[in-house]
Design a protein around this ligand. Structure first.
Ligand code: SF4
Ligand code: SF4
Length: 367
């Protein structure tokens, strides 16, 4: 696992405290989206398809820090849009670090070289750099040539300057296991602390819809990748049971309250992936008002193919607390890559007549 012991200890202490308090629902990672504006226009992005009036909005430093205090999660993931476009981001990051929360600043890294002097290396600050695969794959994914090379330069610069650096990789249609394995080898050579990897979520707002992998294919791809990784020294930034879930060995219910989202509209229900489900005015209202029982693979057609960490990492962590021996076994020996997969959730919603499987998210026609 690519997470320092100090951070693991803080998170374990926090989880224990929540259990002792008898809290059934609690946040693990706050997703803070202080703006939606970006300097790229990726095909699989669900954030940038807003009118200028929305893209020009920013959360203030005070709003961001109030969200961190209100939520209380030990980890804050700052995403967007492109966070480095926010002029007050250094003050936001400093404020979160001063609260001894672990910040993952998710960036496409195009501005990192220019802005790196605004930040100070700290055990609490990690640059999580967006790379969706090797040069050809990443440049195609972000729809612009040369972005891979600039991101890699920024990774190397940040590591030289003493920052914690991870890679944030989303897998889309057409990826082969050998290609993903070669990419993970490359990340290891780069010397990053870890890689987060997940199948892309079929955002309704994404400009292209035919690029997302279905759940069964995702599981097989992860099995094939993990089989190739048996004797390699990859550091994946996930709990062992979430990796086991990706490999099709666990059936989990989604726990989206583990990753609540605060953005320019308010607190997003139920997670940062689903739009049109509404917003709450406060974290407390989000936890109390959201009809959580309506979400998850079996419950909602919009969630049908979702395996995202914002829904299932917290479920895996919860399982690890209840069954630590199982988590230990997987972390020692890796996810099982052969044999039957855990049963897929049976949809509790109506499937349109004539369809044999669960419906995908309604497709938006793209020219
Ligand atoms: S870099 Fe991220 S926020 Fe920007 S367009 Fe791409 S996916 Fe969207
Ligand atoms: S299954 Fe995915 S999209 Fe649905 S609520 Fe959970 S995290 Fe969000």
């Amino acid at each position: 696992m690519g997470v320092p012991l100090r951070q693991q200890y803080t998170v374990a202490k926090y989880l224990l405290r929540q259990r002792l308090k008898g809290n059934r629902r609690y946040p693990l990672v706050l997703m803070l989206e202080p703006l939606f504006r970006c300097n790229l226009a990726c095909a699989g992005c669900g954030k940038i398809d807003y009118p200028d009036e929305i893209l020009n909005r920013r959360l203030s430093v005070e709003e961001c820090l109030a969200a961190v205090d209100e939520c209380g999660a030990p980890i804050v993931s700052i995403a967007g849009g492109e966070p480095l476009l926010h002029k007050e981001l250094p003050q936001i990051v400093d404020g979160i670090v001063a609260r001894r929360k672990y910040v993952y600043l998710c960036t496409n890294a195009l501005l990192l070289k220019k802005r790196i002097d605004d930040y100070t290396p700290s055990p609490y600050l990690t640059f999580s750099i967006h790379l969706d695969g090797n040069r050809e794959r990443h440049d195609a994914s972000v729809c612009q040539k040369g972005v891979f090379d600039r991101a890699v330069d920024a990774v190397q610069l940040a590591i030289r300057r003493g920052f914690r650096v991870t890679i944030n990789c989303t897998l889309f249609q057409g990826e082969g296991a050998e290609e993903v394995a070669a990419f993970l080898d490359y990340c290891t050579q780069l010397g990053v602390e870890g890689v987060t990897v997940a199948p892309g979520f079929s955002y309704e707002r994404a400009p292209k819809q035919d690029i997302f992998i279905k759940m069964r294919e995702s599981k097989q791809l992860f099995r094939d990748v993990f089989r190739l990784g048996r004797r390699r020294r990859w550091k994946l930034n996930h709990s062992s049971l979430y990796l086991d879930f990706l490999a099709g060995n666990q059936s989990y219910n989604c726990t989206p309250w583990g990753n609540p989202t605060r953005n320019v509209f308010g607190w997003q229900k139920p997670c940062y992936l689903l739009v049109d489900e509404g917003y709450a005015p406060s974290f407390k209202a989000l936890m109390e008002e959201t009809p959580w029982h309506k979400y998850g693979n079996a419950k909602n057609p919009k969630c049908a193919n979702c395996m995202a960490h914002c829904g299932y990492e917290a479920s895996a962590v919860e399982d690890a607390i209840k069954r630590p021996w199982k988590a230990l076994w997987v972390s020692l020996f890796g996810p099982r890559t052969r044999g039957p997969m855990a049963p897929e959730p049976v949809p509790e919603y109506e499937i349109p007549a004539g369809t044999q499987s669960r419906p995908a998210i309604p497709l938006k026609v793209v020219d």
